[in-house]
Design a protein around this ligand. Structure first.
Ligand code: NAD
Length: 481
């Protein structure tokens, strides 16, 4: 799948396999159509997984799970196959809704993220069995469902996470109750409706995925304390992961990151500039895995920044502009939500700087403690930290990752350097010589997920993550060797 570089003012839609340009009137028509559908979705109560009360949502998901766990693996797979079809059909509408409702991200890139979820999220093939057979009989380790899983989802990838989580959880024989981010509730509800429609059409039950109309911290607490919920998957910042891990329930904690991209003197510097800026600007830097800052060895910093500025659409911010950006982006020391997921041109306009449409990222050189470098911003601002040598670069990158153990990236052709960095930074994801989105399966091997369990160590989650291990033992029989 090719990732198009979308300039901030470009409009695009998916027609078949192609992303094509559309005019402003067409965009307005699509947005109006989406908003009309949004209103319908938001008004739906009690149907297709949407409830007023969290207890009712959980009860409905429990009822559905009793049916799901009696279904054959083949039947589960038929529902998942229909979910994949529906995601592809609704990718554009979900992408537009996400941007419209949250004000964050890039429609073209969000379409690609939905296609990726549809195509590369593992289904029932991820549910496998381990067997020992011998003189004393046959023992199996089977992956069984937890039942109803509680899931808390972020506003940065709202429908992507809801859809990806549900495919994996359903493949494992579970149903799911979501407490989505309130700022993305309409988009999440639209996705939940879609999931249940897909199930019903494929002969499955309604309410395989449920939610409440108005998710709050209170509804989240009800979910975390409910005796039917044995596993909670939390995707979000440090607050939610800590809350879930303190709940007394088993928790999968997919928390914050601040991924550094390290560049050493053996890298293809021109390609590194291209890969890093492509990764950083994807969906306006919303993905938690995206490059958030660069650490480069002294001898390559100038060349790297030359390519970033002259070939990759980076705007070189002066000291004064950096200060103004810091004041806007980190208002009173807190991350300004109005800046998260905005494109570079919009961010610069907030400090009175007008730039052409081909500017897609903001860069500058600064120390690792610079607030625009040290903080996880989730916007296309890419500070460059100069290191005196490779060991110094590793030390600074490890500091910048803040022990999240989430994601890091490196551009190097020196295997010893790559190995040293990988061991020191100890992250769930480490992309070498490519853009960060290769870790999600875009231009890289492997499956897709939008829940990367950095804090609790499961790493990239898939159907098997959402199952419990059961030992199934037959003594003195069934060994036919
Ligand atoms: P957020 O932490 O503000 O919200 C995430 C979810 O948690 C929302 O549903 C929110 O309502 C809920 N929440 C927040 N505090 C809570 C609490 N104390 N108790 C219960 N629920 C709570 O994050 P966001 O802005 O929506 O998403 C961005 C953050 O999520 C970034 O830090 C990003 O790195 C992280 N993220 C991580 C992954 C991953 O896979 N590791 C994926 C996406 C986003």
């Amino acid at each position: 799948m090719r990732i198009p570089i979308l300039r901030p003012m470009e409009k695009s839609v998916l027609k078949g396999d192609n992303i094509v340009s559309v005019n402003e009137q067409m965009v307005q028509d699509i947005v109006q159509e989406v908003m009309a559908k949004l209103q319908i979705s938001a008004d739906v109560t009690g149907g297709h997984g949407v409830f007023k009360d969290m207890n009712d949502a959980i009860a409905a998901a429990q009822k559905a799970q009793k049916i799901v766990c009696r279904m054959s693996m083949d039947q589960r797979e038929q529902i998942i196959s229909n979910i994949r079809t529906k995601i592809k059909e609704h990718a554009e509408i979900l992408a537009r809704m996400g941007v419209q409702e949250t004000g964050m991200g890039n429609v073209g890139h969000k379409i690609l993220k939905h296609q990726l979820v549809a195509e590369k999220t593992p289904g029932t093939e991820d549910i496998t069995t381990t067997a020992w057979s011998g003189d004393k009989g046959l023992t199996l380790i089977e992956m069984g469902p937890f039942g109803v899983i509680g899931a808390i989802t972020p506003c940065t990838n709202p429908s992507e996470t809801v859809l990806c989580n549900t495919i994996g959880m359903l493949a494992g024989g579970n149903t799911v109750v979501f407490n989505p981010h309130p700022a993305a509730i309409k988009t999440s509800i639209y996705a939940i409706n879609l999931l249940n429609e897909a199930s019903l059409e494929a002969g499955g039950p309604d309410n395989i995925a449920c939610t409440v109309e108005k998710p709050t911290l209170e509804s989240s607490n009800v979910m975390m304390k409910h005796k039917a919920i044995q596993l909670i998957a939390a995707t979000g910042g440090p607050g939610v992961v800590t809350a879930v891990l303190s709940s007394g329930r088993r928790g999968i904690g997919a928390g914050a990151g601040n991924p550094p991209a390290l560049v050493d003197e053996t890298a293809d510097i021109r390609k590194a500039a291209q890969d890093i800026v492509n990764g950083c600007t994807f969906d306006n830097n919303l993905p938690c895995i995206a490059e958030k800052e660069i650490v480069a060895v002294d001898s390559v910093v100038d060349e790297l920044m030359h390519y970033m500025v002259n070939e990759q659409g980076c705007y070189l911010a002066s000291k004064e502009e950096q200060d103004k950006l810091t004041a806007v982006v980190l208002k009173d020391g807190r991350l300004n939500r109005k800046c998260v997921g905005r494109d570079a041109k919009t961010l610069l306009s907030m400090i009175g700087v007008t730039v052409p449409d081909n500017i897609r990222c903001i860069t500058f050189e600064g120390p690792k403690e610079h607030p625009l470098i040290a903080e996880e911003l989730m916007m296309p601002i890419l500070g460059v930290v100069r290191a005196k040598d490779f060991d110094d670069a590793v030390e600074q990158a490890v500091w910048l990752e803040h022990g999240n153990r989430h994601s890091a990236h490196i551009h190097s052709k020196n295997i010893d350097n790559i190995t040293k960095y990988a061991k020191a930074i100890d992250t769930a994801i480490l992309v070498k010589n490519g853009p960060s989105y290769a870790a999600l399966g875009f231009g890289g091997e492997g499956f897709c997920t939008f829940t990367i369990a950095s804090r609790t160590g499961e790493g990239l989650t898939s159907a098997s993550t959402f199952t419990k291990r059961r030992r199934c033992v037959m003594t003195e029989s069934l060994c036919i060797r």
